[in-house]
Design a protein around this ligand. Structure first.
Ligand SMILES: Cc1ncc(COP(=O)(O)O)c(C=O)c1O
Length: 409
């Protein structure tokens, strides 16, 4: 795909921001003429449910990540749910998940009737703390779901070592990890399965959408069946063979988590842009690294040697003092005041993500106190994501950096 023709114009129309006065959004999908053309194809030929465009998207995804199998679904949440179901998770089981992640990492475990056991994260990487992981293992533990938060890989060598020692399965929550690479391979290919998100805040989007990656052929076949009610054959395959009137058999207790071919068409074109999108995000992250280096109160993301950050988000830590449980409330208020001032200046920011352990649901289910997961509490209160997306003009990056210098403590 020629660079100039393809990437010159993303979608321009502003449809969500008028009420806030924000002129620099936190994120925005890059959708151009190719996407507009691609989504029309299934509408024209009438095959709109999971079919050849989803298969094409899956093939491109496998090629990009190096996974042997890719299975497209409706979201990362449903990808995770299929993965934990395929692994036979059941009531009485415990699955370890980080304390700072999107709530679905934990919810998919609880939805199987099993228990999500939280382990705290590290404040400097926002990823799971491996010593806390080890401490959370009990007789009932069956698996662990590390998260590559914001596109920075979790320490999979250490996670896999703990898991092997205790006989646990590992599924990566790679929602944010498109383009995230380690010396051992692309994130999401470093365990039994990886689960990706194509929500518009991720680097490539299908509106909503997700992908399961795995190198295990049997697991892949089961995941394909589970996304489609447990069917023995997909609709598209059945319609394209003699005897198409014969219905599939249903071998498993499945879901309907199929991606539509309209989304598949979109995802396929987004894959053609992926290299450019990721390089733009990296360039912007490098700009922030340099432009914000002199701000002592702001800890910018650190990337270990040998690792390629996927830059789903550029998430800093607001730390005018060393954060602790004693000052987190006060510092959190100051961060919010800064975010409000940035919003006044037309610049959207967000916390990195939330801490499920601080949600009403998990506090009430588990009787958690506010301070039970100190790093998660500080991460939720003090993380600060800055605008970053392919198509964000350089002047906007400069404006964000200037505003942080002007409005910071
Ligand atoms: C770490 C993490 N896991 C899971 C999800 C859920 O992804 P989806 O919205 O595609 O279900 C997200 C989405 O933000 C996420 O950030």
């Amino acid at each position: 795909m020629a660079r100039g023709a393809s990437h010159g114009r993303g979608s321009r129309r502003s449809y969500v921001l008028s009420a806030t006065g924000v002129t620099i959004p936190i994120s925005r999908p890059f959708l151009g003429e190719e996407e507009l053309a691609a989504v029309q194809e299934p509408l024209r030929d009438g095959w709109v449910v999971q079919g050849p465009r989803v298969a094409e998207f899956e093939a491109k995804f496998s090629e990009f990540t190096g996974a042997a199998h890719s299975i497209a679904v409706t979201s990362c949440t449903t990808a995770l749910q299929i993965a934990v179901a395929a692994l036979g998770t059941r009531p009485g089981d415990e699955v370890i998940v980080p304390s700072f992640t999107w709530v679905s990492t934990a919810n998919v475990v609880e939805l199987m009737g099993a228990r999500a056991v939280f382990c705290d994260v590290e404040l400097d990487s926002f990823n799971l703390d491996v010593s806390a992981l080890e401490a959370a293992v009990t007789e009932a533990t069956v698996g662990v779901i590390p998260v590559h938060l914001f596109g920075l890989p979790a320490d999979m060598t250490a996670v896999n070592e703990v898991a092997t020692r205790h006989g646990l399965w590992v599924v990566e929550d790679a929602a944010c990890a498109f383009g995230t690479k380690t010396p051992e391979g692309h994130a999401g290919t470093l365990s039994k399965a990886g689960c990706f998100s194509f929500h518009p805040r991720k680097s490539i989007t299908t509106g909503e959408g997700g992908m399961i990656t795995t190198d295990d052929g049997e697991f892949a076949a089961l995941a394909r069946s589970l996304r489609d009610h447990g069917a023995s054959i997909s609709d598209h395959a059945r319609h394209n063979q003699k005897g198409s009137f014969k219905l599939a058999d249903y071998e498993h207790l499945g879901f309907n988590y199929r991606m539509t071919d309209i989304q598949g068409a979109l995802g396929s074109v987004q894959m053609d842009r992926a290299g450019w999108i990721l390089s733009e995000r990296t360039r912007q992250a490098e700009f922030y690294d340099q432009a914000l280096a002199d701000l002592e109160w702001l800890r910018t993301p650190k990337v270990p040697a040998g690792v390629t950050h996927g830059w789903q988000a550029y998430v800093c830590l607001y730390a005018p003092q060393e954060p602790s449980l004693a000052n987190v409330e006060r510092l959190g208020e100051a961060r919010n005041a800064l975010m409000a001032a940035l919003e006044e200046a037309g610049i959207a920011t967000r916390p990195g993500t939330h801490a499920p352990v601080l949600t009403k649901l998990y506090r009430e289910r588990n009787g958690f106190g506010l301070d039970d997961f100190p790093q998660a509490r500080m991460a939720e209160a003090l993380s600060l994501a800055l605008p970053l997306y392919a198509g964000l003009p350089d002047e906007a990056l400069t404006r964000v950096a200037e505003a942080l210098h002007r409005l910071g403590p």
